[in-house]
Every structure is written in C-alpha cells, then in structure tokens.
Design a protein around this ligand. Structure first.
Ligand code: GTP
Length: 287
C-alpha cells in the first residue's frame, strides 16, 4: 500500500519477477489491485496484493472495498516515497490503512518502507530521515508497532528489508535456524546462509563472528546477485558458485528443492572437497 509512484510495483517486479532497477522505469500505474501468488520455500504460497495508489482506487479501498482489502491480512507493507511533498496527506492515508487494519486484521504485522533512499546520498542524512519517520510512525498507532526500513531499488537495502519481512512468514523458521546453526558448528564454517531459490532472498543466516560476518556478507550478497543477473541475461540458470582465495573459500550450491546454501570457510585446513561433501550430506536432512 502507498501513494501512486511510491515504488510498490517496482519492488515487487525486482524481487519476484527478475526485473532490473532500470526496467522499472517502463512500469505503468497499477490499475486497481494486482494479485499475484508466488511459491516460496517450496510449498508456501505468498499472496501479494499490489494496491494501485491513484486517488480513485484509494477511495475505493477505504470505503466500499475495505473489508476485502484489509481482511485476512498477514502483513501490510506500507511504502512511503521520501520525496512526497505533502507529508500530512501521506500520514493521513497511512492512518486510514492502519485503522482499517485494526478493524479487520488485528494480528497483522506492519512494515513501513521509506523508499527511494538513493535520492539522499549522505549516510548521516539518510539516518536522520529514517529517524524522523520512526518517531512520527511510533506515535501514530498503539496497536501496530511498524518496523521501518530505508530502501532503494538501486542497492541491497530493498533486498535486505524484504528478506526480513518474508522470513517472518516462514512457519518453521526457528527449526531451520537451529539446524543451520548445528550445521555451521559441525562444518566449522565461518558463515552459512540459506537463500530462497526463486527470489534469492535470505531466509536464514548464521555467522560464527557476528561483526565481521555481516560486513563480509554484504559484499558477498552483492556478488551473488550480480552473477545471478548475468546468468538470467544469457538465459542460463545459476548452478553453483565458488570463490577461493587466501582468506576464505566460498561456496554456493543448490541445497533443498526450495533453497540454495552459501558456506564460507576461513580455516585453510578445511579442504574445499570436505565442505562440499558436508553440504551434500546435509541435504536430505534439510529436505
Ligand atoms: P502505482 O502503481 O501508481 O500505485 O505506483 P507504484 O507505487 O507501483 O510505483 P512504481 O513502482 O510504478 O514506480 C514509479 C517510479 O518510481 C518508476 O519510474 C520507478 O523506476 C521509480 N522508482 C521505484 N523505486 C525507486 C527507488 O528506489 N529509487 C528511485 N530513484 N526511483 C524508484
């Protein structure tokens, strides 16, 4: 949900339809509501409702269609365009959505994306802008405590936010996490990450060293996405991926029918063949 031009269809197309950021410039305004169903983590279906943000549709959502739009919602993602000139009217629309959600889906989770952050180049100004939204949104509803992410289609932030959103929807997440942690310990890997096969969103990640791991992860994540896009451009599927240098070995392998796994080892004594054999041996367990 969000005003026309905020970037809702762009993000959906980037994550679920392999669009590039450039491709989104060709998108027209969404007519009414576009429903799509994507298979996620094998047998999970995500029903995504992309609600066109033009006035005529918004009025309809808040009146005649409100029960249909706001009933049975698991997650509401509200997209703010940070360049919106009229902040008051933006917050009014947000309030209307939250009020209706409170009536028809009290247990829903709300995420707000402050989108097009690329328009603010300076890191400290980005943070200040996000703080401003966080403060304003925290005051607006007692029932829903929205998580706020700064996002842009031009960098990793959108991917990061959607990974967080979607992993909350996977019912067996704590089991997956527990087993992945055990796998990481047994294989003495520095880092293990599980990616959803279709979207390459991060489902779960385990770092042996939180600080260093998350830094390194951003670089690795960027490399995977670039590689995946290159594969798509030549109509080839991403098979597997391996980087080895003096500091680390990195493997990305198909894992279960709905995931890829990334394993990074930093101990030079761990033979790459052993890591690959461990990945293979763990597959049936995670299937
Ligand atoms: P409606 O369908 O009318 O509700 O609009 P929408 O929210 O779906 O907007 P849409 O995705 O069609 O995007 C509108 C424009 O914003 C497109 O030209 C996109 O290329 C651009 N856009 C989307 N995301 C970003 C972003 O992160 N940064 C910048 N600079 N532009 C973006």
């Amino acid at each position: 949900m969000g005003r026309s031009g905020a970037g809702k269809t762009s993000m959906r197309s980037l994550i679920f339809a392999n669009y590039s950021a450039h491709d989104t410039r060709r998108l027209g305004a969404t007519i009414d509501v576009e429903h799509s169903t994507v298979q996620f983590m094998g047998d999970m279906s995500l029903n995504i409702w992309d609600c066109g943000g033009q006035h005529k549709y918004l009025d309809n959502y808040m009146n005649e269609q409100k029960e249909n739009i706001f009933g049975n919602v698991e997650v509401l993602i509200y997209v703010f365009d940070l360049e919106t000139a009229n902040k008051d009217s933006e917050y009014t629309l947000y309030d209307e959505c939250i009020n209706n959600l409170g009536k028809y889906s009290r247990d829903a989770k709300v995420y707000t994306l402050v989108h097009k952050m690329d328009k603010i180049p300076e890191a400290d100004l980005k943070e200040a802008k996000l703080d401003m939204y966080r403060r304003a949104l925290a005051k607006r509803s007692d029932l829903f405590k929205p998580e706020v992410f700064g996002t842009s289609i031009w960098d990793n932030t959108l991917f990061h936010a959607w990974s967080q959103i979607v992993r909350r929807l996977v019912p067996s997440m704590s089991t997956i996490e527990r087993h992945l942690e055990r796998f990481q310990k047994l294989t003495e890997a520095a880092e293990v990450v599980l990616f959803e096969r279709a979207t390459f969103l991060v489902v779960c990640s385990i770092n042996s060293d939180k600080g260093a791991g998350s830094n390194k992860y951003m670089v690795v994540s960027q490399a995977i996405k670039t590689y995946r896009n290159r594969c798509t451009a030549i109509q080839s599927a991403l098979q597997s991926f391996e980087i080895r240098n003096r500091d680390f070995s990195l493997f990305i392998e198909p894992f279960t029918k709905s995931t890829f796994i990334l394993v990074i080892t930093t101990d030079p004594e761990i033979e790459p063949a052993v890591t690959k054999a461990n990945i293979k041996a763990a597959q049936p367990h995670f299937q």
